[in-house]
Design a binder for this molecule. Structure first.
Ligand code: C2E
Ligand code: CA
Ligand code: CA
Ligand code: CA
Length: 276
């Protein structure tokens, strides 16, 4: 009958809409998530190649969606950048990392550097350094324990303004690193203009260094270049001991990757690295 048919159609389209919503993240969802405290920072240790000591932690955002479960930042960060809500997410990330740092100090743990990721959209804002200063003051964070990771490409947009902001952050005592190095458009020549402390070699080179001569040569060249500029090198995506020994041979300073630890929540960090 007709009514049944129509009901059927209605049901069908509702299901379609639901299916659609399952996979689509909307700007409004992100804003709601911020409001409902659904974001969490995970931390991945960075290890000194020679001593084996943890020298810092990279904070990586996770969205604990009440229905979808954990949503990868690779899924929502690009959208947040497009809509502009990344500014609020970025502020939350820096504030949360500073709070966490303070909490660990109050519990008597040895302070460790925490690196946060900042996207191009945030860095381009003229009030970015002032915002960061405000958060440092509010959280009583010692800026020497804060590091900001900026991707190579984000510095290449509006380079002069970015360098001004970077200089400002450095004067505040914050460390800076170039993330995903080697994947972007900058030439080696630009590197000496950036007031940075660390260079992070992109995982794609690290992971293929054992299989491809060319990647190994690139990794070697990057490490030498960075050292010539007085920078420390962090290799990302270290998944096994073979890559680690290759990096050691090339005099890499620090490494980060699943071989040592996946990113874990603050409680796991305490359990794994702060227990006596
Ligand atoms: P990224 O900054 O390059 O972070 C490294 C990514 O590699 C992380 O993915 C990390 O979990 C993963 N990883 C670490 N070690 C290994 C390894 O040994 N093997 C493999 N296969 N992967 C490894 P994640 O956490 O999913 O983050 C993805 C990207 O999302 C980040 O790439 C970063 O660009 C962005 N992101 C994460 N958190 C934030 C944030 O708070 N703010 C902004 N703006 N971006 C963020
Ligand atoms: Ca907390
Ligand atoms: Ca990063
Ligand atoms: Ca990276």
């Amino acid at each position: 009958c007709k009514i049944n048919g129509r009901n059927h159609m209605l049901m069908y389209s509702l299901t379609m809409e639901e299916a659609y919503n399952e996979n689509v993240i909307l700007d409004a969802d992100i804003r709601k998530a911020l409001h409902n405290d659904e974001f969490e920072l995970y931390y991945q240790p960075q290890i000194n190649v020679t001593t084996g000591e943890v020298i810092g932690l990279e904070a990586l955002i996770r969205w604990m969606h009440p229905k979808k479960g954990p949503v990868s930042p690779a899924k929502f960060i690009p959208l947040a950048e497009e809509s502009g809500v990344i500014t609020q997410i970025g502020e939350w990330v820096i504030r949360e990392a500073c709070h966490q740092h303070k909490e660990w100090i109050e519990k008597g743990h040895k302070p460790m550097r925490i690196a946060v990721n900042v996207s191009a959209v945030e860095l381009q804002r003229t009030d970015f350094a002032a915002k960061v200063q405000g958060i440092l003051t509010e959280t009583h964070m010692d800026p020497h324990f804060l590091e900001i990771e900026i991707t190579e490409n984000s510095v290449m947009q509006n380079t002069e303004d970015c360098i001004l902001t970077m200089n400002c952050l450095r004067r505040m005592g914050i460390s800076l690193s170039i993330d995903d190095f080697g994947t972007g458009y900058s030439s080696f020549g630009y590197l000496k203009q950036f007031p940075i402390n660390y260079l992070k070699i992109d995982q794609s080179f690290v992971r293929s260094a054992l299989k491809e001569q060319s990647s190994a040569a690139i990794v070697r060249a990057m490490i030498q270049l960075a050292h010539n500029f007085g920078l420390r090198v962090v290799a990302e995506g270290v998944e096994d001991e073979h890559v680690l020994s290759l990096l050691k041979n090339e005099q890499c300073d620090y490494y980060q990757g699943y071989y040592f630890s996946k990113p874990v929540n603050a409680m796991e960090i305490e359990k794994n690295y702060f227990s006596i």
